[in-house]
Design a protein around this ligand. Structure first.
Ligand code: NAD
Ligand code: TYD
Length: 350
């Protein structure tokens, strides 16, 4: 029986991965290890919290003692590592938080796994979830492949790049089985509204300005979070040990075009004239070091594991907007308190 730690399981992507594994694999024990930072929210998992094969452990990945206790308590066999500080804008304001969690936290987790699994590394797997932002920025042409040279530009992507290198170093140096995946921008239910899509939905709902950075022509490749969870499941079970897999949505959008689409979909759902929400769009000062374009070549995971996105962007976005409209209490809960001061600091000088 596998006893899998999923770190960051109370966050956006982690909660979808936890839900998928708990429901699909009743014979696995899923141990959600999460420090419950501002981004972690157990409400994201209220539908599965009573399942027999699920437990939650509040712990900080930078704390080796806490991790040792959890490994011993459950006889942990595998790790799927998603816990991280994940927002680029916050990394620009507080880079050291990203060093502590993303670099030191990852190495700490690797150390604990290395010590606990030393009798037989072949029986265990450490799967590290990373980002396409480690590859840097593209011009108008080209795609990131698994061979693209690392070239991170933000404190966030630099910290994730460093953690990726440590994970691979633990395979090369100590023989731990590792897997790494680097994915593009996710969107979907439970997305914390500091990121572009949920922030815009929240602001449209509240009739607040829609802050588009710079000229709005920055491009991202959007991946529906449930499709990402499927990819993680496939990689965990069938990925080639030591390999890297890129995951993307084959779905590039300039930010301004995406915000237009969002505005149109919300206006339609509210039954109000097209163009109503677009009036809220406000161009604001650019993010420093803003990467122009990300786009993934997801050919390898498609060829080797048969993965491809299951929804079009219009479908995924529609499901996402419907979810936010149906879960206003969730949205109010996560945007009360600390979020308000974050928002004021981030957007006051725009
Ligand atoms: P998130 O910010 O929504 O959630 C992160 C989770 O990690 C939270 O539950 C938080 O409480 C937990 N956490 C933070 N610091 C911790 C610590 N020190 N110890 C234990 N738990 C801690 O992030 P997300 O968007 O769900 O991203 C998950 C992973 O996927 C991250 O590693 C991120 O780098 C990667 N990723 C995200 C995206 C995206 O579009 N969101 C894209 C590519 C890669
Ligand atoms: P974000 O969701 O923060 O993801 P990432 O920076 O990791 O790609 O931002 C996505 C894009 O949207 C990015 O080009 C920055 C831009 N953006 C805005 O224009 N306005 C905003 O308020 C935010 C949060 C992001």
């Amino acid at each position: 029986m596998k006893k899998i730690i999923i770190t960051g399981g109370a966050g956006f992507i982690g909660s979808h991965v936890v839900r998928r594994f708990v429901k699909k694999y009743p014979n696995y024990l899923i141990v959600n290890v999460d420090a419950l930072t501002y981004a972690g929210n157990l409400e994201n998992l209220s539908d599965i919290e009573d399942e027999a094969n699920y437990v939650f452990e509040k712990a900080d990945i930078t704390n080796a003692e806490q991790l040792n206790v959890i490994f011993d308590k459950y006889g942990v066999t595998d790790v799927i590592h998603l816990a991280a500080e994940s927002h680029v804008d916050r990394s620009i304001t507080n880079p050291l938080d990203f060093v502590y969690t993303n670099i030191i936290g990852t190495v700490n987790l690797l150390e604990v796994a290395k010590n606990k699994w030393k009798d037989d590394y072949s029986a265990h797997l450490f799967y590290h979830v990373s980002t396409d932002e480690v590859y840097g920025a593209l011009g108008s042409e080209g795609l990131f492949t698994e061979e693209t040279r690392y070239d991170p530009h933000s404190p966030y992507s630099a910290s994730k790049a460093s953690s990726d290198h440590f994970v691979r170093a633990y395979q090369d140096t100590y023989g731990i089985n590792v897997l790494v995946s680097n994915c593009s921008n996710n969107y979907g239910p439970y997305h914390f509204p500091e990121k572009l899509i949920p922030l815009m939905i929240n602001n449209i709902i509240n009739n607040k300005p829609l802050p588009v950075y710079g000229d709005g022509k920055y491009t991202r490749d959007w991946l529906f979070v449930k499709d990402h969870a499927v990819a993680i499941d496939l990689i965990f079970h069938d990925g080639k040990i030591g390999d890297t897999y890129n995951i993307g949505g084959f779905n590039e959008w300039k930010n301004i075009d995406l915000v237009h689409l969002l505005c149109e979909q919300v206006d339609e759902k509210f039954g109000r004239p097209s163009g109503t929400s677009k009036q809220l769009i406000t161009f604001v000062k650019d993010r420093p070091g803003h990467d122009r374009r990300y786009a993934i070549d997801a050919g390898k995971i498609n060829r080797e594991l048969g993965w491809q996105p299951s929804v079009t962007f219009e479908q995924g976005l529609s499901e996402t907007i419907d979810w936010f409209l149906a879960n206003k209490t969730w949205l109010e809960n996560v945007t009360s308190g600390a979020y308000a001061s974050y928002y004021d600091n981030q957007y006051s000088n725009s």
